[in-house]
Write a protein that binds this ligand. Structure first.
Ligand code: SF4
Length: 210
């Protein structure tokens, strides 16, 4: 795919959604970090239902540490792997209070040292909370980017590295949400809605649903 086509793709993303945002409900970097960690293997909508209950009881690391593991499990029990995630909530809160004065760190290494926080979660927090031009590649972004022809990669990490090289600098900050929302609502895994897709003319996918 030529750089001009890539520019056109991101111009169209901007035209259709100038300020894309996460669908996770959060108030600050801490509640965002917890919501993103909880979103592994589940939908944002499910996470929002669980965090509505959880954040009513505690929305700072200090307050969270006043809850028992069982109380946190009860609040998030509708989520996959809720027992592990509840332990991670306590582990994250403990580490933030002990090592970061209760604040969420702004650097990748510190974020990734927190329990249950991997590269993807760190990238989302850096992007959404701290406005860094990072790309958290999930299954949607991996699929959409390969279908469009932005990259030809086998793993999310390869996709992240390939996209960082080709996406125009000025588009990088919003690229994460543009690609993720496109994958969620238009370029769906089983049946992409190519007829409704504003990128159809530029997309290189061979099996478009037209
Ligand atoms: S044209 Fe189809 S395959 Fe290509 S990005 Fe749009 S929905 Fe996805």
């Amino acid at each position: 795919m030529t750089p001009d086509t890539i520019h056109s793709i991101f111009n169209l993303f901007e035209k259709h959604n100038p300020t894309p945002e996460t669908e996770l409900v959060y108030e600050d970097p801490y509640t965002l970090l917890i919501a993103v960690m909880l979103s592994a293997q589940t939908t944002d909508m499910n996470v929002n239902k669980a965090t509505e209950k959880l954040f009513k009881r505690a929305k700072t690391p200090e307050k969270m540490l006043q809850l028992s593991l069982e109380e946190i499990e009860e609040a998030i029990k509708t989520l996959n792997f809720f027992k592990t995630k509840a332990k991670n909530i306590l582990g994250i809160s403990h580490a933030l209070v002990e090592n970061c004065h209760g604040s969420v760190p702004k650097d990748r290494a510190s974020l990734e040292s927190l329990p249950g926080v991997g590269r993807k979660t760190a990238n989302v927090v850096l992007n959404v909370a701290f406005h860094e031009p990072t790309l958290a590649v999930d299954t949607h972004i991996h699929r959409v980017s390969n279908r469009l022809g932005l990259c030809a990669t086998k793993t999310p990490l390869d996709t992240e590295q390939a996209l960082l090289k080709v996406i125009p600098k000025e588009a990088l900050y919003h690229a994460h949400h543009w690609l993720i929302l496109h994958g969620r609502y238009i370029c769906k895994a089983r049946k992409p809605l190519c007829q409704k897709c504003f990128l159809e003319k530029l997309c290189e996918y061979k099996d478009k649903e037209l």
